[in-house]
Design a binder for this molecule. Sequence first.
Ligand SMILES: *[C@@H]1O[C@H](CO)[C@@H](O)[C@H](O)[C@H]1NC(C)=O
Ligand SMILES: *[C@@H]1O[C@H](CO)[C@@H](O)[C@H](O)[C@H]1NC(C)=O
Ligand SMILES: CC(=O)N[C@H]1CO[C@H](CO)[C@@H](O)[C@@H]1O
Length: 429
Amino acid sequence: MKKQLLLILLVCSLTFAAYQDCSGQVNNKPLLDIPPKLLKTVKNGEKYLVQDGNNTVYILNVFGSPYQMGYASGLLMAEEMKENISNMFQYIENELKDEILSNFKLPTFVIKLIQKANAMPLIRAALQWNYLVTLPYTNIRWQEEFQGISDASGIKLMDLIHLNLFPELTQAACTIVGAWSTASVDNVIRQLRALDWSPDAPVNRYPLITVYHSTEKGSNVFANIGFAGLIGSITAFSANGIAMSEKVWLPGSSVPYTYYGYPWMYVFRDTAQFSDNLQDAVKRIYDAKRTQRIHIGIGSLSDNSFFGIEYSEKIINIYNDKNYTYTPAHPQMDGIMFWDKHVQPSQNYCLGSILEDGYGKIDTEFLFRVVSGVHETGNAQVCVFDFVNQEIWVSYSFGDNENAYDRSPIRIQFGALFKAKSASEQGVY
Ligand SMILES: *[C@@H]1O[C@H](CO)[C@@H](O)[C@H](O)[C@H]1NC(C)=O
Ligand SMILES: *[C@@H]1O[C@H](CO)[C@@H](O)[C@H](O)[C@H]1NC(C)=O
Ligand SMILES: CC(=O)N[C@H]1CO[C@H](CO)[C@@H](O)[C@@H]1O
């Protein structure tokens, strides 16, 4: 018994020796493979819950026009969204104050004044301004979906819209990995999206995956993998085998950005919804009136490939597994494109060394347990896409300090969800 333990410890430390610059550990929490439980059905939607202890994900299937899908979401998630939204505004206010306080050395009484002050009118004004300057560029489907949610749930329309524009004004660090061809265990693509935002953002109380079955022309069935109340995407997966991941881009002052355009979370979701392959996705991004600087990872099953894209108002740079700007910390590997959680180009060796070590045997489990665990990335959300099996391994942060990369992976199989028919199509309503 003791000998075995010693052997395990030895193997672990040997494995770790291969990972330069890393501080985390392999996440060995058990995989949760729980069938979604149907909670409620309405005319154009279904609500499911996947739950084991404090691991919780809601899943919605919504059908119809943008307004109808919004209306169904509003009926099914009213309570959770309401709570979420009021907590989120409080959180945003606290973050803003922390930001101000961290930039100055202030006497205690000034600190107290700032902490007590009402910053909400300022925040609302900034978000309202962002709403007005993005509105001319924003497809009407967004307004219709917001209106549907608001009409069904009683949540104020502008509360919803403002909350959804907050990511346009803020930044999240993150890790993105695409692994395909000779890098992956079976030569087919896998993708990791690890969201490092803040594990204590109260939006994490209601992890929500919404599967959209839109009747819009050219639309594919897709899943928005996020949080109740946020309908723009940070993570998305389509029935046509497109997966989207995002990371902030902090390139210094030379790359222009603007607030006047189509919010990136909306462009991002539209890309998942309307693209069949990498070429479609790139065209959509080129044609968009872009705003902020972000990194995007797009994986595509039909191409069995992956692009890492630097996205901004004027500049788009596309990289595959051969043409990134490589450094000793970011080695070239066939079938691999990645960005680690640090500012790019990264000088940190951790992720490159993990991927070199796993090269040729990378699978869903490796990306979840080793990459996100050992690189300690994805404090708010970890999502690994298995394109061929139409499934993800996902985890979300919990409470104030349980990071998603330390929590159990939850397996969500999309096969049946993507094929589902609405109650009215089934003749129930
Ligand atoms: C969540 O559940 C896990 C496993 O039961 C437990 O260890 C952890 O303390 C719980 N977290 C909180 C914040 O309750
Ligand atoms: C990298 O290769 C892709 C695919 O051929 C191409 O679209 C892209 O423009 C190339 N990027 C650079 C920076 O050369
Ligand atoms: C669980 C939780 O934090 N609930 C809060 C949701 O928001 C309302 C309104 O701010 C609070 O009263 C609840 O306590």
